[in-house]
Design a protein around this ligand. Sequence first.
Ligand SMILES: Nc1ncnc2c1ncn2[C@@H]1O[C@H](COP(=O)(O)OP(=O)(O)OP(=O)(O)O)[C@@H](O)[C@H]1O
Ligand SMILES: [Mg+2]
Length: 458
Amino acid sequence: MNTNSILIVDDESSYLDLLKGLLNDEGYKDIITETNPLKVFDILDSRNIDLVLCDIYMPEMDGMELLEKLTEKFPHIPVIMVTAVNDVKTALKAIDRGAYEFITKPPDIDRLFLTINRALEHRLLSLERDTLREIRELHRKKWKKDFADIVTESPLMHKVFELAAIFAPTNETILITGETGTGKDLIAKKIHNLSPRSSKPFVVVNLVSITPTLFESELFGYEKGSFTGASNEKIGYFESANGGTIFLDEIGEMPKELQGKLLRAIQYNEIYRIGSSKPVKLNTRIIAATNKDLMEAINKNEFRADLYYRLTRGFINLPPLRKRNGDIRLLANYFLTAGNLIYNKNIMGFTEKALAELNSYPFPGNVRELENIILNCVAKTKDKTFIEKVNLLPFSANEKLSGYKNEEDLLLTIDEAVKKHIIKIMEYTNQNIQKAAAILGISERTLQRRLQEIRKKK
Ligand SMILES: Nc1ncnc2c1ncn2[C@@H]1O[C@H](COP(=O)(O)OP(=O)(O)OP(=O)(O)O)[C@@H](O)[C@H]1O
Ligand SMILES: [Mg+2]
């Protein structure tokens, strides 16, 4: 049996009876017939109708006029127009005015049923599509408010918000990728704040800053007496984030031998404290971030593929600032306001030349670099004037950058080349960690760790 309700409007009651009988036989049991088109809206207002079959020539009201009113007031109800005359012109007019289809009277039964079935299917699809659109619109309105403190007008960032809002209420692991300074920390915290875990801890663990030998004790904790010096038990990061979110930052920098240990904790959401054989079951949501291309790291055998897939139930990639149209100007003004507050000044704005300079700069350090540049400018600019010049790194050829001319440079191993490049960039930026990290596309912490290693090896 078919549960759809069909309304047939025709001034000839004998035709109505005939059609009703035919449809009943075909399994359509809920058929309403009406000879007076003026009563149609009372019916539609009082009950659910899935489809209307409507005669074109009726004395009280022209079918075409009824069709127009119908499609305007009930856009989801498909209308099939029926007429005794095989009039192509009227047929086309009806379609033009929103009829789903047009059939002639007396109807070809097969064609009638086929058209009715198609129209009902079409209705379902368009309802689904509109419901989806409404949900999306609601969603959009919601994230606009939720993400209002993240300054952007870039559609690429709006996509990021949309995704973040979808993942936030779930317990899925999320990997956030993007160049340094693109806002990975910001988005991770936002996801936590928008989740049902928001009142529980958000624990940030920077995986590069943990000494490998202390990795397990820092992450999983230890029992009292488990090793010399363990005079009290210690709760690790995973346990202290229980009920909340643990943010594993710079996951791409983690030594491979430690990745397996992390995998276990993520896979089973349980950990073993050092010195205990009893697992501690946890309810910790995991968000990880990296500025490294993990796929490339997997190919180079530096990152475990199984860990990667555990981490990426949700995946968010933050676009670099240079790809966010209009955001450089927007953020520059935002940081100018912040700078005015910090330095208790009233810098009026930027000259067009300064803005043009900012807009043509590639910002390897992204939003963080822009923030630092603008705050620096505000500090240095005279009160109540405009910022005329911005202190950017010259990206043009620079003699300090020309190097690698000797033959021995061609014989360097990758490690040696990386080391040499880091040292070059440090020289180039006059040992400015922040600028060097921005050029190298790594975080300041990673750069500091690399520098420590270089110094140790010297
Ligand atoms: N759209 C934005 N609006 C306002 N502030 C922003 C925005 N994006 C980033 N910031 C600010 O820029 C700085 C860098 O952001 P964040 O620390 O989240 O970057 P990151 O991607 O985690 O960088 P890294 O890879 O170096 O860890 C922070 O001070 C953050 O508050
Ligand atoms: Mg970060």
